[in-house]
Design a protein around this ligand. Sequence first.
Ligand SMILES: [Zn+2]
Length: 199
Amino acid sequence: MTQSERKSGLFVVPGDRLGVIEEFTSGPGTYVEGGTIHSKVTGCTLLDMLNKQVSVYPLVKAATVPHVGSIVTGLVLDVKSKNAVLRIFQIGDKMLSGFFKGMLHISGVSHGYVDNMFNVCKSGDIMRAKVISTENRSFFLSTADKDLGVIYALCSLCGHVLQPGNRGMGCSKCGNFERRKLSPDYGKDTTHKGEQIES
Ligand SMILES: [Zn+2]
């Protein structure tokens, strides 16, 4: 924060810099690293100028944490033969300020048999999924319902957007074909491309 930004009521996310230990003491919701005070939570800054203490009041609304049954949208971070890890950035139609990691196991992909996760999604894809378990704050996902699956995918050879066709997902640029577990909404949703998923 710069000098002029040092005030209460600022929205911060975990890791945001709040000040240095020469100026303030570290209050609830903050931590110190290398002499700098950072926010530990998503919330609002509380600056006690009298006691020179900075704290963060956590803002956690029910709608910002996935629950069992929540429909979430996420970026595929990593794919192995039996599971994929997603960075959940949206719950329903609400974009999240932080993010959660979700796990899609191969048994949750479809009601039918799926042999290999690499035929379901690839890293960099955007997927819509349903939360089926939140035990130990781990979010386990399913794409078995008919409206769930990949909604945006890029060619793994050249990075061009893939288009569904008779032979699978085709790349009009390099002619590559790939497989995905598609949502019927594939390609219709244009709100998740570019910078919004990077935040
Ligand atoms: Zn291509």
